[in-house]
Design a protein around this ligand. Structure first.
Ligand code: CMP
Length: 140
């Protein structure tokens, strides 16, 4: 299968509970490699722009507030079929629907505070990676 890169965020609910290492362990156990990573505190502008596709959704304002409520860890993951593979590792958006063993089943607090984000397509992965990383920050 083709090597791909996908974009991941460990969200404020997870950094607050000191779960960065536990989530990274699940990512690495799946075979995906964390090839870039940094801890940042998003501005409202950054979060609003990142989630612009959800602008018309009723939860948009709260989502931006949540994503700026504490530090996040932004990551680039690489591996076979990485976009779909990471979505499998994360589990369903709503933790109530997530499969056993997934990050969201194990760690998410709610549909909003769902611990992680992962790109939904290869095209969006490239856009999202470029949003947070310069080429020279991704060393493989
Ligand atoms: P994510 O995969 O980052 O993509 C959009 C985010 O919006 C999602 O994870 C959740 O954090 C949030 N979200 C999605 N649906 C809802 C909802 N119904 N209510 C609140 N937040 C939501």
């Amino acid at each position: 299968m083709a090597q791909q890169r996908t974009f991941s965020i460990i969200k404020p609910d997870a950094t607050r509970r000191n779960l960065t290492g536990a989530i990274n362990a699940k990512i690495e156990a799946s075979g995906l490699r964390i090839i870039a990573q940094k801890r940042i505190h998003m501005t409202s502008e950054q979060a609003g722009e990142f989630y612009a596709v959800h602008k018309e959704r009723p939860f948009y304002g709260e989502l931006v507030e949540f994503m700026t409520s504490g530090p996040v860890v932004v990551q680039v993951l690489e591996g076979d079929d990485a976009v779909a593979a990471y979505r499998g590792v994360m589990g369903a958006t709503n933790p109530a629907d997530a499969d056993e063993g997934t990050i969201r089943k194990e760690f998410a607090e709610s549909i909003e505070a769902n611990s992680v984000h992962g790109s939904d397509s290869l095209e969006n992965a490239a856009i999202e990676i470029a949003h947070f990383f310069n080429d020279d920050e991704i060393v493989g």
